[in-house]
Design a protein around this ligand. Structure first.
Ligand code: NAD
Length: 354
């Protein structure tokens, strides 16, 4: 007969290893057969406040993959919230997309019940695969949600504003210029954030070269901002002052970095560096990299301070302050001869753990 305890021991040990490795405080699971909900909530760190982070609603190849994803993302949120100076910690939720037909309203209501049972230690928001209308369903069961159709906390325009403030800081630091006028900016991805960023850059006289997998989005930038366009694979090699990745993650890798012909990389995409070594590679090439989780924190500031009922003006000012945060990181990076993202990690870790 199998011994249930020894049978469970290896997996059990593995799970706590994962938590320890990521410095994660809590991992919660909920299975609700009636709605088909299978959800995981990771609460990474609540030293600075309740854990805030979006909920992903996507398919995973395995439960293990979902667990790894939620832990990794919750950890990232702690770092982002700490450095953005918002009174919240890091958390994340994943809802495994059911294989069987399901009622979306019922599923997100059940998820709302799950959040409510955590008593406010986790606050949710939209993320990949979830919609504002899903947050409306969550809100029928809990108040611990930011970004419903009635509260109007759309993060994308604020994210773009923060990225623009970060670009101006990078340009000042690296190129000793006070404006983006006549700078050549290569933009990868002109979706929600990239398009709003393109509008700000165009307004202030930058010259845009854009690429997007969606031709209509490219055309919109040609028509409205006089942008030129290149094929998606050609954006890395564009001769420019600044490359702004606003589409996909892991695009700074061993294949693309040697192609870059820019002085600065600063954009909205999450997880831009495929590995830590790629940050070193950029630093060694003298390319200034604006750490992604710092420069793209505007959306978090919007959902965080919006949730706390702060005014739009305060949210705007706190987002613009990301520019000075980045200037500090760039100066310390130069003084210590260390990549900016490593300095950012140290700052965040001192706020979270010291
Ligand atoms: P989005 O889906 O609206 O836009 C992404 C764009 O990238 C799309 O237009 C898509 O067609 C394009 N794209 C896909 N593959 C491409 C390729 N190979 N080459 C060029 N373009 C390609 O997403 P978004 O909300 O604008 O977010 C953009 C990035 O910023 C994502 O990495 C996201 O995680 C990150 N981010 C967004 C926010 C926010 O507030 N929306 C906040 C923080 C970080």
């Amino acid at each position: 007969m199998n011994n249930p305890q020894s049978g469970y021991a290896p997996a059990y040990d593995g799970m706590f290893d994962k938590l320890e490795h990521a410095n994660l405080d809590e991992l919660h699971f909920r299975h609700d057969p009636a709605s088909g909900l299978r959800a995981i909530i990771a609460i990474h760190n609540t030293r600075l406040g309740p854990a805030l982070g979006g909920c992903r609603f996507i398919s995973y190849n395995s439960d293990e993959e979902a667990i790894d994803d939620v832990i990794r993302l919750a950890r990232g949120m702690s770092y982002k919230a700490a450095i953005a100076n918002v009174p919240q910690g890091g958390g994340k939720a994943v809802l495994l997309r059911p294989m069987q037909p399901f009622d979306r309203q019922e599923l997100f209501q059940a998820f709302g019940g799950f959040i409510q049972d955590l008593g406010g230690r986790y606050i949710t928001a939209v993320d990949s695969g979830s919609l504002i209308s899903d947050m409306d369903e969550v809100a029928t069961k809990t108040a611990y949600v930011s970004g419903t159709s009635s509260d109007g906390h759309d993060p994308s325009p604020v994210t773009a504003l923060g990225v623009y403030a970060g670009i101006r800081a990078a340009v000042r630091h690296q190129l000793k210029r006070d404006s983006v006028k006549d700078l050549r900016v290569a933009l990868q991805g002109v979706g929600n954030v990239g398009y709003a960023l393109a509008a700000l850059l165009h307004r202030d006289g930058a010259r845009l070269i854009v690429s997007d997998a969606n031709p209509q989005r490219v055309q919109r930038c040609i028509d409205q901002f006089g942008a030129s366009a290149v094929a998606t694979d050609d954006i890395y090699a564009v001769d420019c002052d600044l490359f702004a990745p606003c589409g996909l993650g892991a695009i700074l890798n061993e294949k693309t970095i040697p192609q870059l012909r820019c002085a600065i990389v600063a954009g909205a995409a999450n997880n831009q560096l495929s590995t830590d070594a790629q940050g070193d590679a950029l630093h060694q090439r003298g390319i200034l990299y604006a750490p992604d989780y710092v420069i793209n924190a505007g959306g978090l500031i919007q959902v965080s301070l919006g949730y706390l009922k702060k005014t739009d003006e305060e949210i705007k000012q706190r987002t613009l302050a990301l520019g000075s945060t980045l200037t500090d990181l760039f100066e310390r990076s130069r003084a210590d001869n260390m990549p900016p993202e490593q300095i950012a990690n140290r700052v965040a870790e001192s706020l979270l753990f010291d």
